[in-house]
Design a protein around this ligand. Structure first.
Ligand code: AMP
Length: 281
């Protein structure tokens, strides 16, 4: 397995792989890898000859009051895990090289980034789309894999890929969960024992919504009310940033849960912000 830290070296390698006719898969991450990330590496391997996993804690997608400084890191462990998942190349660029002091070019997706995460974290997606466009240009993938866990991110990045005409197949991998349903996340590390026990409230609320829809209750107002009751019953101190019902592709809000509606939510628990989502129909 190769670990590459310089942009020029990564560009040379991706060019050579392409000219050798190898199909390149890309899995962008911020490191501190868990089974969710590794499932994406394995999925990429099914669609590509060689998989590049990137590790970069992207400073521009963090707001000024967010957790950039304390974001968990474990480079050695990450490299070992990528190797065990069959990843061939790990690209770990430096922030200095990605964002030199005179950096001034940004990639932005318009209306899809105004709601949900974009409303609570107004500068977040500008950072995400810019870094992913840069990684596309450096790594020249044929396919890219992102996780359903970050539902809005996958919709925004699929749109960017399409709008900018990147010849890249866009794949979204399913959310990997703990046994009790909590979606794996690098940020779960911040949860103390009490918050960890309460963190099940997100999945519990989503599953409640799914049951209600299966029972024929499809008005989002009624489903949301029940979800809020489940969350406050499971996690009394939880603060709900949003519960939203939207179309899976356009993020248009839905009043009634029909085919293609996804429920997303963001909840703060003892200072830790968690997000999750589930397709309800
Ligand atoms: P991150 O390191 O949080 O930026 O995530 C890197 C990629 O892994 C993104 O495409 C995420 O959506 C994806 N991911 C994060 N958590 C999970 C999970 N539990 N299951 C599947 N994919 C995930």
């Amino acid at each position: 397995m190769r670990v590459i830290r310089s942009v020029a070296q990564m560009q040379r390698l991706s060019r050579r792989l392409a000219s050798d006719g190898r199909k390149i898969g890309l899995v962008p991450t911020m490191g501190y890898l868990h089974e969710g990330h590794l499932s994406l590496v394995r999925l990429a391997k099914r669609h590509a000859d060689v998989v590049i996993t990137t590790i970069f804690v992207n400073p521009t997608q963090f707001g000024p009051t967010e957790d950039l400084k304390r974001y968990p890191r474990d480079e050695k462990g990450d490299i070992r895990k990528i190797r065990s998942a069959g990843g061939e190349i790990v690209f770990i660029p430096t922030a200095k090289e990605i964002y030199p002091p005179d950096f001034q070019t940004w990639v932005e997706v318009d209306s899809l980034t105004n709601s949900l995460e974009g409303e609570v974290r107004p500068t977040h997606f500008k950072g995400v789309t810019t870094i992913v466009a840069k990684l596309f240009n450096i790594c020249r993938p044929d396919i890219v894999v992102f996780g359903q866990k970050d539902f809005q991110q996958s919709v925004v990045l699929a749109k960017m890929t399409d709008d900018l005409g990147y010849p890249i197949k866009f794949i979204v991998g399913p959310t990997v969960r703990e046994r009790d349903g909590l979606a794996l996340s690098s940020r779960n590390k911040y949860l103390n024992a009490r918050a960890r026990a309460e963190a099940i409230c997100l999945y519990r609320a989503l599953v409640t919504a799914q049951f209600m829809v299966q029972a024929g209750l499809t008005k989002t107002r009624i489903v949301e009310r029940e979800m809020r009751a489940v969350i406050s019953g499971t996690a009394p101190s939880a603060k709900i940033d949003y519960i939203a019902f939207t179309d899976a592709a356009t993020l248009t809000p839905a009043k009634v849960i029909r085919k293609g509606v996804v429920c997303s939510l963001a909840v703060r628990l003892h200072g830790v912000r968690l997000i999750d989502n589930l397709r309800l129909a």
